[in-house]
Write a new protein. Structure first.
Length: 173
């Protein structure tokens, strides 16, 4: 017969679980911001963190690894709370949003590579040019601006406002 207290009664204090979740989320968020936008792929950094941390928080309570279900639920709720709170703070206070949320970084400005942004994102000239070619751009002189977006994609504004091609995904070829 299962020990129902072990399943439904928290094994740690709710405050401790909340503090552990808060510290974990904020430290990982700061670390992911340092890593850079390019590494995050098609999702935003906070999206990746949210999925990974919630899955990790819920795993012990699903498997029965000596953690009660309320422990995992409270930890997951704490992580979701902080994700929503940070989004709300960034929306409500734009200046704070510049610190909390990733912004588009200009890789090309008026046909010239922005080496500082490239160094920040650890991108070589060859990598930038490869991405531009995927958009159908032959050379830097065709570009007014190109940005590394917060989701890791590159957006391009051509001279004269012409649209660029959609990037070609390898799985389509």
């Amino acid at each position: 017969m299962p020990d129902w207290n072990a399943v439904f009664v928290p094994s740690a204090s709710p405050l401790e679980i909340f503090l552990r979740g808060t510290i974990t989320f904020l430290v990982l968020l700061a670390m992911m911001r340092v890593v850079g936008q390019r590494e995050s792929g098609g999702l935003g950094i906070s999206d990746i963190l949210l999925v990974v941390l919630v899955a990790e928080a819920m795993a012990p309570s699903l498997v029965g690894d000596s953690s009660a279900i309320p422990d995992g639920v409270l930890l997951a709720a704490t992580i979701i709370f902080w994700s929503l709170a940070i989004d709300a703070m960034a929306y409500r206070w734009p200046r704070l949003g510049h610190i909390l949320k990733a912004r588009a970084r200009p890789l090309v400005e008026d046909g010239r590579l922005n080496r500082r942004a490239m160094r920040r994102e650890l991108m070589t000239e060859e990598e930038v040019m490869a991405q531009l070619r995927l958009h159908g751009v032959d050379g830097l002189s065709d570009i007014r601006r190109a940005y590394l977006e917060p989701n890791g994609m590159i957006s391009i504004i051509r001279r004269g406002g012409a649209e660029t091609d959609e990037p070609i995904r390898p799985e389509i070829l």
